[in-house]
Design a protein around this ligand. Sequence first.
Ligand code: SAH
Length: 215
Amino acid sequence: MTKHPDYEHMVRSQIAGRGIRDPRVLSAMREIRRHEFVAAEQQAHACDDGPLPIGYGQTISQPYVVAWMSELLDLESDMKVLEIGTGCGYQTAVLAKLCAHVYSIERVEALSRQAAINLRRAGIRNVTLKVGDGYDGWPEYAPFPRILAGAAPDEIPPALLGQLAPGGILVAPVGPPRMQQMVRVRKRDDGTLQHESLGAVAFVPLVPGEQRGSG
Ligand code: SAH
């Protein structure tokens, strides 16, 4: 590594500096070491203010976006969370610091395997990973009080809305490339849904199906 990543500076300038206030989110962002989730040649860029490639045409989100989505979820420490798009496991690790258990689905088997290695190395145990199609959610563990998608569907998959618990919150980028919005959906206790659009974002698309093998 040519440059030592400075997480304190990253949090102060990119995250707290842009309005993220939740102290639990800020401390998770200080604690989880992004450079441990990316390939050696990316490690010097771990605290850069942008996305990083993780292979298979996928990217790890900008640190600010990881923190913002984590704050939007309004997590409590006894909750379980469903995450769609494990990627390298970085967002998974941040969520795992903020809740009781993360169930995370990734369509690319090789990424899920690497995420398992990264999470184990980071000492994070309250996660369950599977290779599968996030469009289907994870019915065995539903309902979920919180759901987060790290890739953008054109519309929120109905299975995910179905697996959201009453009183629950889902956060996802939604829309076709270059027209995505960050969306937060709240399910009221009577089961009706309230959607909020929170601003333009750029994510990789949520792709149906799964990809087994080394890719
Ligand atoms: N937050 C992740 C990065 C997410 S990138 C991290 O911290 O690394 C989006 C991920 O969603 C990619 O790994 C991509 O393979 C995955 N993905 C795309 N479509 C999917 C689907 N239908 N089901 C599950 N995962 C999917």
